[in-house]
Design a protein around this ligand. Structure first.
Ligand code: ACO
Length: 323
């Protein structure tokens, strides 16, 4: 059985730091409130001459080098983003051109904070069917461009960044001891789409709009559904929570992560956390947490990883990967 195995990884964070103390000067908030309610201390903001595409290109170059692959060995680029550089064409084609990749194909995918997992799932299916061998999967966002910087309910939460992985085809036994993506579950619930939405869009208003969120409802939805989907994916694959070496959750709010961990019964020392320094980077969040875990040596070869996301749509997902 063909498996999609992580062969390389990369990430990029813009240099500019926006701390909670900076935000105190912009809206009626405090460092104490933000830390207590979210766990976030600072986030990175893209410079004026940076875009989602330029962040993605930096992460992609590192992932390629890490995998020791040349651009033309990549068959497919999928970029998960909610903040593309232009309305058309896909920002993934900008990455393709910048890498000097003259073959294969590239496209964007949009599932907000679950985007990276949706992109992994599409790439995994292309690989497992034998249609392609190597995919570059990127999560990148510049949510700072669509945040309402006068709305304290949302502007304290988000940051910019990009994370990337190279997935490559490898022969496995078809058992859960294989390396690579073992299982992914994607979910969406359009009936609750208004809980987290932008105030405009290309066709609706010929503008990009700003983020609007019913925070409390999204919070409740996240805790309930992230623990449920985690149980589902573990039992589908014959695992229990004790088998998981590392939880790599979407970095939205420390209280969502803590509550989910309590419901799952997973100890906090198994959880990868980046949100204190990065905030919620939307499509990049899980990709960058993965990068952080691997580069800091928290994630080791052979570890069983449980990934989870929750975002606008509403969308949510879980994944089991043996690194
Ligand atoms: N500083 C100070 N006070 C604030 C701030 C702030 N930055 N933001 C809100 N408040 C106030 C509110 O106005 C409210 O005041 P009131 O009681 O006088 O009305 C009070 O704090 C409590 O507000 P709540 O919304 O109940 O605060 P809560 O504890 O729920 O925290 C938060 C808000 C952090 C937004 C939380 O609900 C949350 O994290 N929600 C989920 C976010 C998320 O996961 N998003 C999903 C992914 S994002 C994506 O897909 C793009």
């Amino acid at each position: 059985m063909i498996r999609s195995v992580i062969k390389g990884f990369g990430a990029y964070l813009p240099e500019r730091r926006l701390t909670n103390f900076d935000l105190e000067k912009m809206v009626d908030t405090s460092d104490e409130w933000i830390v207590e309610r979210t766990g976030i201390r600072e986030r990175r903001i893209a410079a004026n001459d940076e875009t989602t595409g330029s962040l993605a290109i930096r992460a992609a170059r590192e992932a390629l080098a890490n995998a020791s692959l040349t651009p033309n060995q990549i068959d497919l680029i999928i970029l998960a983003t909610t903040t593309p550089d232009e309305t058309l064409p896909a920002t993934a084609t900008k990455v393709q051109a910048a890498l000097g990749m003259t073959s294969g194909f590239a496209f964007d995918i949009q599932a907000a904070c679950s985007g990276f997992m949706y992109a992994l799932s599409v790439a995994d299916n292309y690989i497992r069917t034998g249609a392609i061998r190597n995919a570059l999967v990127i999560g990148a966002d510049t949510l700072s461009r669509i945040v309402d910087w006068t709305d304290r309910n949302t502007c304290v939460l988000f940051g910019d960044g990009a994370g990337a992985v190279i997935l490559s085809a490898e022969e496995g036994q078809g058992t859960t001891t294989d390396s690579g993506i073992l299982s992914l579950i994607l979910r969406s619930d359009g009936a609750n789409r208004n809980m987290l939405i932008s105030s405009g869009g290309v066709s609706a208003s010929q503008s990009v709009g700003k983020i609007l969120m019913e925070g409390r409802e999204v919070f409740r939805f996240a805790v309930e559904n992230m623990s449920k989907i985690a149980h589902e994916i573990l039992s589908n694959n014959g695992f229990t929570i004790a088998d998981v070496d590392c939880l790599v959750p979407h970095q939205a709010n420390i209280r969502i992560i803590d509550a989910t961990c309590r419901k799952l019964g997973i100890p906090s020392d198994k959880v990868i956390l980046t949100l204190a320094d990065q905030g919620n980077t939307s499509g990049a969040s899980v990709a960058m947490a993965l990068y952080d875990g691997i580069t800091r040596g928290r994630i080791k070869h052979g570890d069983l990883l449980l990934l989870e996301t929750m975002g606008a749509g509403l969308t949510w997902s879980a994944g089991l990967i043996r690194y």
